[in-house]
Design a protein around this ligand. Structure first.
Ligand code: PHE
Length: 340
């Protein structure tokens, strides 16, 4: 019996020491100490041992069991430590490695420029009026001193929805709504989409404008010029100045095209400004008295200026985009580069 136990013990120890994983160790424990294990079988066979030998044999069995259990515990500890070491090794982080940049979205360039312009004008005390994209012929044209047969209607190729309704061709329609709703002083900007049947490298059938309207006592072209100078410095840089050229819009008199000195070459002449040193950025003027009167504004007391900025145009200039389509194609290779 002693020999048998000795054999069990030796084999158990060898198997335990050869176990290379906690699972394997569990199996070994089962085959020796489990319910149907070898040592358990010996215990069950105690009834066949002569009673006088039982205490002795019992002691041997216990000793064997203790010895096996202690070596099992030792091996378990060793294997657990090894498993932990391997886990640490696998999960090791090198904190000196450059971090993986999380993918980050950014606002569309049009939205970025729109927000920048809004911030600039808000800082000058302008309020925001949001008009509607579907307008009546009256607000888009007639009230802006452009009646049905007016030649200036040809300046904008219009999408008519019906003889009365159309997709607004200009945010200027908002001027009339604001003046009808509110007495001067008025100082608003109105950003939004406008629509014209126009399509080439610098024109898209849908584009974005920002209208501005100021109506108050004693407003002149000088106020417009002063405000614009301030505005272009904030958007293109502090060395940029403006130049006004005579132009024509039915709803302003006088009307001007506003150029900025080229922010790329400083006015010397380059590709961007086509060698002229100046870049056209917006249309503006003193609000035509006919428009004010049509909205019930007393022109003996009040006058105003208005301006309309093409947001795509500003975005193209600012970010060096030469085809307006790039702003509408949703190509992430382009859009990801623009994050001001
Ligand atoms: N509405 C004009 C356009 O779309 C721009 C403009 C606005 C001009 C306000 C003068 C005053 O071309």
């Amino acid at each position: 019996m002693k020999e048998k136990l000795q054999k069990i013990r030796e084999r158990a120890i060898a198997e335990i020491q050869n176990s290379d994983g906690l699972e394997k160790l569990g199996e070994v424990r089962n085959t020796i100490l489990g319910k149907k294990g070898e040592l358990t079988a010996v215990l069950k066979g105690m009834k066949d041992v002569p009673p006088e030998d039982r205490p002795k044999v019992g002691q041997w069995v216990n000793e064997t069991r203790e010895a096996i259990e202690s070596i099992l515990a030792e091996q378990t500890k060793k294997l657990e430590a090894e498993a932990l070491r391997l886990r640490y090794e696998a999960e090791k982080i090198d904190v000196t490695m450059p971090a993986v940049k999380p993918a980050k979205g950014n606002l569309h360039p049009i939205t970025q420029v729109r927000n920048q312009l809004t911030d600039i004008f808000a800082s000058m005390g302008f309020e925001i009026y949001e008009g509607t994209e579907i307008e009546t012929d009256y607000y888009n044209f007639t009230a802006l001193n452009t009646p049905q047969d007016h030649p200036a209607r040809d300046m904008q190729d219009t999408f008519y929805l019906s003889p009365e309704f159309l997709l607004r061709t200009q945010t200027s329609a908002g001027q009339i709504h604001v003046m009808e709703a509110k007495k001067p002083p008025i100082k608003i900007i109105s950003p939004g989409k406008v629509f014209r049947s126009d399509d080439d490298a610098t024109h898209s059938p849908m584009f974005t404008q920002m209208e501005g309207l100021v109506v108050d006592k004693g407003i002149t072209l000088c106020d417009l010029k002063g405000m614009l100078d301030e505005f272009v410095k904030k958007i293109f840089g502090k060395n940029v100045t403006t130049r006004l050229r005579p132009s024509y819009f039915p709803f302003t008199e006088p009307s001007v095209e506003v150029d900025v000195s080229c922010f790329q070459c400083g006015g010397k002449g380059c590709k961007l400004c086509k060698g002229t040193g100046w870049i056209e950025v917006l249309g503006a003027g003193v609000v035509n008295n006919k428009v004010l009167e049509g909205c019930g504004v007393d022109t003996n007391e009040y006058s105003g200026f208005a301006f309309g900025i093409g947001i795509e145009r500003i975005a193209m200039l600012k970010y060096g985009i030469n085809n307006i389509k790039l702003l509408f194609e949703s190509d992430l290779r382009v859009l990801n580069q623009i994050d001001d």
